[in-house]
Design a protein around this ligand. Structure first.
Ligand SMILES: Cc1cc2nc3c(=O)[nH]c(=O)nc-3n(C[C@H](O)[C@H](O)[C@H](O)COP(=O)(O)OP(=O)(O)OC[C@H]3O[C@@H](n4cnc5c(N)ncnc54)[C@H](O)[C@@H]3O)c2cc1C
Length: 271
C-alpha cells in the first residue's frame, strides 16, 4: 500500500531534530523505519512530519567510559554485532542483536527504534531491563535519564514523550558478566512467542520476561537455582495474552522454560 502524503525533514543536529519534533504536533522520529514505515503503510500510524535521524552521527556512536557502555540510539543491530566496545564490555547485546529477524532488518533497525516502539515481542526491552540499563532522553526542556524499570510504560508507549528524542542507552560494562537470553520464536528468525533475559551478580539475579505483558516483567528470585526461578515466575502471577500462537497457559509455561534457560546460560558464563 502507498504511504499517505507526509512531510519529511532530515536535520543535521540533535538540537534541530528536537526543535522539529517539539514544534510539530504530528511529528515522529524516523530511525531504521523497520516498524514505523510498516505501521504507516498499514495506516495504523499516520504522522504529519517524519524527522529522519539518519544524519545524526552522534547518535550512532558506541563508546565505553567510566565502567559504562554507551550506545547511541541510532546504532543498528549490525553495528552492535560488529562493535569491539560491545564485545569487550557487554557481549550479550551483540549476541541477542544477531537473533533479531533477518539481515535486512538488522542492517536498518536500531536499538533506539527497538525500545521506542516497545513491541512486547521485541528482543531488546527485556534484555535491557535485566541488564539494568538507563535511557537518556532530550526534549525542549533539557535532558533526563530514566532507569529501564521506568522506561517501558505500555504497548508502544515509553517514557519518551511527544516532541522528545531518545539519545542513548547506557549499560554497566562487564565483559565477563553472567548474562543469558532465551526465546521461543515462530520459525527460526521469527517473532518471539516468549522470551527471557537474565543477569546474575553479587546482588542476586535479575530476570526480565518478554511477551507476557505490555512491558517486560522483572523478577528478582531469592536464588539462581531452577526451583527458585520457577517459584519466582509463579509468584509473578503472569496474565499473558492468548493468541493464535499460544494460549495464555501455554505462554505462561514457555515463560518459565525461557527463564530457566536464560538463568542456566547466565550461570554457565559466570563460572
Ligand atoms: C520482518 C520484520 C521482523 C522483525 N522481527 C523482530 C524480532 O524478532 N525482534 C525484534 O526485536 N524486532 C523485530 N522487528 C522490529 C525491528 O527490530 C525494528 O527495527 C525495530 O522495532 C524498530 O527499529 P527502527 O530503527 O526500525 O525504528 P523505526 O521503525 O524508525 O521507529 C520505531 C518507533 O520508534 C520511534 N523512534 C525511533 N528512534 C527514536 C529515537 N531515537 N527517539 C525517539 N523515538 C524514536 C519512531 O518514531 C517510531 O515510533 C522486525 C521487523 C521486521 C520488519
Amino acid at each position: 500500500m502507498l504511504l499517505r502524503e507526509v512531510e519529511y525533514a532530515r536535520p543535521s543536529s540533535v538540537d534541530d531534530a528536537v526543535r522539529l519534533l517539539a514544534s510539530n504536533e504530528g511529528a515522529r522520529a524516523l530511525a531504521g523505519g523497520q516498524t514505523l514505515v510498516n505501521v504507516m503503510k498499514a495506516r495504523a500510524a499516520s504522522p504529519d512530519v517524519l524527522v529522519d535521524l539518519s544524519r545524526l552521527e552522534e547518535l550512532r556512536s558506541i563508546t565505553v567510559s567510566g565502567g559504562t557502555l554507551h550506545l547511541g540510539a541510532m546504532a543498528t543491530y549490525t553495528e552492535i554485532m560488529g562493535s569491539s566496545e560491545v564485545d569487550v564490555s557487554r557481549p550479550i547485546l551483540a549476541e541477542v542483536a544477531a537473533q533479531i529477524a533477518d539481515v535486512q532488518v538488522r542492517n536498518r533497525g536500531t536499538i533506539g527504534g527497538n525500545v521506542c516502539s516497545n513491541d512486547p515481542t521485541n528482543h531488546l526491552p527485556p534484555l535491557l531491563v535485566a541488564l539494568g540499563a538507563s535511557f537518556t532522553i532530550r526534549g525542549a526542556d533539557g535532558e533526563r535519564t530514566v532507569p529501564a524499570e521506568e522506561f517501558f510504560l505500555g504497548v508502544y508507549l515509553t517514557a519518551v514523550g511527544e516532541g522528545e528524542l531518545l539519545l542513548s542507552i547506557s549499560v554497566p560494562a562487564a565483559a565477563k558478566a553472567a548474562d543469558g537470553f532465551a526465546s521461543i520464536t515462530i520459525g527460526r528468525d521469527g517473532t518471539c512467542i516468549a522470551n527471557a533475559a537474565a543477569s546474575l551478580s553479587g546482588d542476586g539475579a535479575r530476570i526480565a520476561l518478554g511477551c507476557v505483558d505490555a512491558v517486560p516483567v522483572l523478577l528478582t528470585p531469592a536464588g539462581s537455582d531452577e526451583a527458585s526461578v520457577r517459584e519466582a515466575v509463579t509468584e509473578g502471577g503472569l496474565e499473558p495474552p492468548s493468541d493464535v500462537h499460544a494460549s495464555a497457559d501455554y505462554r505462561r509455561h514457555l515463560a518459565t522454560v525461557c527463564a530457566v534457560r536464560a538463568v542456566q546460560q547466565a550461570t554457565a558464563r559466570g563460572r
